[in-house]
Design a protein around this ligand. Sequence first.
Ligand code: SF4
Length: 372
Amino acid sequence: MAGIYLHIPFCKQRCSYCDFHFSTQFKSYQSRMVDAICKELVERKNETKEIIQTIYFGGGTPSLLEAEELQEILQTIQREYQVDPLAEITLEANPDDIIPDKLKSWKEAKVNRLSIGLQSFRAEDLAWMNRAHTAEESLRCVAWAKEAGILQISVDLIYGLPQFSIEAWDQQIQTVIDMGVQHISAYCLTVEEKTLLEKKVEAGEIVPSNPEEQADQFQYLIQKLSQNGYEQYEISNFCSPDNYSKHNTSYWQGKTYLGIGPSAHSFDGKTRRWNLSNNPQYMAKLEKGEQFWEVEHLSEADRFNEKIMVGLRTKWGVSLHDLRAIHEIPASFSQKVKEYSDKGWVCLQSDTITLTPEGKLLADWLASEFFL
Ligand code: SF4
């Protein structure tokens, strides 16, 4: 089992580009939400008898949890599930929350990995994205986390902003390299539906960066991180030797997981289940013993396509053996492998298909070409 994902649906303010599930009006029910999450953990304990290898607090902003709330959730997991003593326990944290008192409480709670939503070191970018933290907080948070003894650190960066030069991007990447973090996730800014960014683009207030510039920044990132000893093990994820995110790697390898909290998704190998993306409804239904989730039974085609979609994004690629175990591989599939190998976009070796550096620029489209 990949482990347990916990969705903490609170944020201080709304980042302009974000379409995740969260609320900024949460103070009045924060502790009730924590109780609801613990109740869900207890109710679902029989869904797995496997040893939990990873626990991941995502959101939203899990670093807004009070120390006692984090302890309560982790103690519930320890009490109700079998947890590997060496389990990876990751907390997503924003730089403004990374302060000595909180770091101490996270360490005491046995959090051993921070995933920091750093995004940028430049004040103008942070203001543009409506992030709640300052450039100074971005610059100091990694050193403070290390001083507190949290040694596994991942940072998120965003590129592809309008009027974002390669020089500016180079400085951002160099700064995280100099910080000596083990893991970097870098995402290209996209205009998602119902975000502040979409409204501004529609109103003509913002002109998005063009795809060629974004592709240049992506290639620059890959080259610079590779020169500095980071391996690109997933399209958007890089790490120093062997410092993979165990939790996310399990998703990409198709392992099962439990998703707890509003909007969280779970996967048991054959079905996908997701909780209501509405905080009051999630809590109320859970408290009343009513159904707070929906479920979808995945067809063979769904599982085949999903394996390609996530597998092709990783350095491990997609094994034809694994695909055959789900569904017979059609003849058109082999023709496409040949066609895209000849174009230099995919590589077939020992029964496994991976993307070449050129293919990584077309990852989502290439994956869809192989779908049933
Ligand atoms: S802090 Fe994270 S989850 Fe919250 S609005 Fe910003 S990007 Fe979205």
